[in-house]
Design a protein around this ligand. Structure first.
Ligand code: SF4
Length: 378
């Protein structure tokens, strides 16, 4: 199924959910938005994970300068251009304005204001300490209040707990699926669908997992193994095709659509021992030390994590991993640390390509040349 087919199925899926009385609530896709709370309140969370061509990017320029990151530009472009395949955007009733980064908050505010979608606020601290955890809980309680006001109905603690368990099971299956040794372009398509449809997608995910178990790539396959970190690959991005055409295969997706999401699994003992479900979400926020939104020591944590994946892969397969750090143009979160990340990993003998780009078609040739040269080196 290609993206167009999937997007039209997704429109039908959302229409069905609306007939069941659910409301669609959208947000720009990074970490930390508590989907479980939205789900428990009877909303359908819609992550904006569509970017990859210059039409979307360029059509945002009436709202923000072109020095805004290419992904945030594309999110605005979705609403100003409204291409046919994104009909489901008309079904959005609310928009969460959050502060993953400056571009995220600006784009979210613009979408809410100029495209007339009522906003809900959810702000997340950039630090991790006792006070920021208290603040995170206050924001959860405030979001709960906003959702309850819309529905005129209380969100019960047991419903939130059930929702947390449901997402937990779903993320565990995503993690299993992500560890399969299959073609990266097939893997990312399933991960994108999973993140868009949420736990409703679990039966399909299980069936893809079973089917793919027996169709894994043999070690002798002569492509180069890649871990992609930095910015995500969104629906309709051509980058992964360039990497595969150049002879690479992305095995690990270390980004918002990927490890940042499905590594946030809550251990059973935590689920059983914390009574208040909001405290479970706070606990998960505290443990999310690999997300680029925050944190003291983000770079150090990231380096340790990448080196571990690299060494485990080497031990298991005897093959080296090349690291592609995908820097979406004007994304400060990723670009600011990119030279440190590269230098520190290269000191340990791990090859890194810092690949900065926007979504213009014109740079396709340059990207191909850089990717091919990097793959040659591994
Ligand atoms: S600047 Fe980076 S983190 Fe922020 S919206 Fe753009 S891609 Fe996401």
């Amino acid at each position: 199924m290609d993206n167009l087919e999937f997007l039209s199925e997704y429109t039908l899926f959302l229409r069905e959910k609306k007939k069941e009385g659910k409301k669609v609530i959208a947000f720009i896709s990074h970490d930390n938005i508590p989907e479980e709370l939205l789900d428990a309140a009877g909303f359908i969370p819609l992550r904006l994970i569509f970017a990859g061509n210059d039409d979307l990017m360029d059509s945002s320029h009436d709202y923000l300068p072109s020095s805004t990151c290419a992904f945030a530009q594309s999110c605005i472009g979705l609403f100003s251009l409204k291409p046919n395949q994104y009909k489901f955007l008309d079904l959005i009733e609310y928009f969460i304005v959050s502060n993953h980064c400056v571009s995220d908050i600006c784009a979210s505010e613009i979408i809410s204001k100029y495209f007339d979608i009522p906003r809900l606020n959810f702000y997340v601290s950039y630090t991790k300490n006792e006070n920021s955890l208290k603040y995170f809980k206050l924001e959860l309680v405030e979001l709960k209040r906003q959702l309850e006001e819309i529905n005129g109905k209380e969100i019960k603690d047991e419903d939130l707990r059930e929702s947390i368990k449901k997402y937990n099971i779903f993320k565990k299956k995503m993690l299993d699926f992500s560890s399969l040794h299959i073609k990266g372009s097939e893997k990312i398509k399933i991960l994108q669908k999973a993140m868009l449809c949420g736990p409703n997608f679990l039966p399909e995910l299980e069936s893809y997992f079973e089917k793919s178990l027996d169709n894994q790539i043999q070690k002798s396959f002569d492509s180069k193994d890649i871990l992609m970190t930095g910015g995500s690959i969104f629906i309709n991005d051509y980058l992964i095709d360039l990497i595969e055409e150049g002879g690479g295969n992305i095995l690990f997706f270390d980004s918002w659509i990927g490890n940042n999401y499905y590594s946030q699994i809550i251990e059973d003992n935590i689920l059983d021992s914390i009574e208040n479900p909001y405290d479970i979400l706070v606990h998960r926020f505290k443990d999310n030390i690999f997300g680029d939104h925050s944190v003291p020591n983000f770079l150090e944590n990231k380096l340790i994590q990448i080196e571990k994946i690299y060494q485990d892969h080497l031990k298991k397969t005897g093959r080296k991993l090349g690291i592609i750090n995908h820097i979406i143009k004007f994304c400060d979160h990723i670009s600011i640390m990119s030279s440190h990340l590269k230098n520190r990993l290269q000191e340990k003998g791990i090859q890194v390509l810092n690949l900065e780009r926007d979504y213009s078609r014109a740079i396709r040739g340059q990207l191909t040349t850089r990717i091919e040269a990097f793959l040659e080196m591994i």
